[in-house]
Design a protein around this ligand. Structure first.
Ligand code: GLA
Length: 405
């Protein structure tokens, strides 16, 4: 026991001493705020988990989809695995009424948002909604500019537990001011509402976001592809490379958000989706599923419900993992876990299988240490190893491990 505590402390010191190169990288993006006096709201002490309508349904969302999703999520094991929030993204809105209060689209949401929130709550889940800091949302629905307190009050009356707040049609608004204004409005309602900043990283929200919200998008939109740029959207790998250097800015209650999951949406292979999910977990990213979970296949279910990988994401230490080495297509990532263990990802970016090795020293452990190793995808304990471990990793795939002194 004592030995483990000493190892844990020593390892943490060594790991952070070894963090200099990544800190240097992050310095390009600014340095962590030295004035975190104002904190958001004490929520989201581990990265939020749930589901959002956008990646699969975009503007074709309606109340049946939300009810079906709530039914599935509460009965297919996702709720028990930690998925909590069901979030309606853009296009739920109708017009503002004569007093300026926002209403739901009467065709897509004929029962109204309050009834829907009640339904989601009745399943033991939490309910989220979407708005925008501009005059209009990205989908052209009414935005919250000039109606911040009124909208926050409406959401609280409806029973909203999570607000995603977008950045379209904001003109010359200052992002920090606009998000702080909505944060204050949410706080004034007295209701616990997780606040998700969706400003795409334009104004470096990692420098100030923790005073306003619980998570901030670090990039433009994800698209269901392995790699590349497509208009305003990025492939999964591009997003990973933008989000990785920001690791010093994440922590309990305030997370970097590399956007929602595409697992199960059909644009990547199952191997690639396993990598996508593993990378999100090692980066302590919010795990917001974005597929049709009422109709998902067995492979998708197995990925989203991998509780050993989810445990890495949700570890209470709340440290975002980072890349500690890269050699061509071969990468090694590490995330310190509570209790002195490390999550390790051996990631192969290329098409051909590769042998990827990790030295305990790169994990901040004594070089000759003997460690237990658990494979988080095959769910097997491997033979304990001294000093290092190597695995053959399939093209576009990962081996994900928990290494324990
Ligand atoms: C922006 C956001 C997306 C989604 C759409 C909705 O593009 O980044 O996540 O919310 O708007 O219109």
């Amino acid at each position: 026991m004592i030995r483990n505590i000493i190892f844990g402390a020593l390892a943490a010191v060594l790991l952070f001493a070894g963090a200099a190169p990544a800190f240097a990288q992050a310095a390009d993006a600014g340095t962590p705020s030295k004035d975190p006096k104002r904190i958001a709201n004490g929520l989201a002490l581990t990265p939020p988990m749930g589901w959002n309508s956008w990646n699969k349904f975009a503007c074709n969302v309606n109340e049946k989809i939300i009810r079906d999703t709530a039914d599935s999520m509460s009965s297919n094991g996702m709720k028990e695995a930690g998925y909590r929030y069901i979030v309606i993204d853009d296009c739920w809105h109708g017009q503002r009424d004569e007093n300026g209060f926002i209403t739901a689209d009467p065709v897509k949401f004929p029962s109204g948002i309050k009834a829907l929130a009640d339904y989601v709550h009745s399943k033991g889940l939490k309910f989220g909604i979407y708005s925008d800091a501009g005059r209009q949302t990205c989908g052209g629905r009414p935005g919250s500019q000039g109606h911040e307190y009124q909208d926050a009050l409406t959401y609280a009356r409806w029973g909203v537990d999570y607000l995603k707040y977008d950045w379209c049609n904001t003109g010359t608004r200052n992002a920090q001011e606009a998000y702080t204004l909505m944060a204050d409005a949410l706080r004034a309602t007295g209701r616990d509402i997780v606040f998700s900043l969706c400003e795409w990283g334009n104004s470096q929200p990692w420098l100030w976001g923790q005073k306003a919200g619980n998570l901030w998008r670090t990039t433009g939109d994800i698209i269901d592809k392995w790699e590349g740029k497509y208009d305003y959207s990025w492939g999964m790998l591009n997003i990973v490379d933008m989000n990785e250097p920001l690791w010093p800015f994440a922590g309990p209650g305030h997370w970097n958000d590399p956007d929602m999951l595409e697992v199960g949406n059909g644009g990547m292979t199952d191997t690639q989706y396993r990598s996508h999910f593993s990378l999100w977990a090692i980066m302590a990213a919010p795990l917001i599923a974005g597929n049709d979970i009422a109709n998902m296949d067995a492979a998708t279910r197995e990925i989203l419900l991998n509780r050993e990988v989810i445990a890495v994401d949700q570890d209470v230490l709340g440290v975002q993992g980072r890349r500690v080495s890269r050699d061509g297509n071969r990468e090694v990532w590490v995330k310190p876990l509570s209790g002195g263990a490390r999550a390790v990802l051996l990631f192969n970016r290329g098409e051909r299988p590769e042998t990827i090795s990790v030295d305990w020293e790169a994990l901040g452990y004594p070089p000759k240490m003997k460690a237990r190793i658990r494979d988080l995808w095959t769910h097997k304990d491997l033979t304990p190893a001294t000093g290092s471990y190597s695995a053959m990793v399939p093209g576009y795939g990962v081996a994900m491990l928990k290494v324990q002194p």
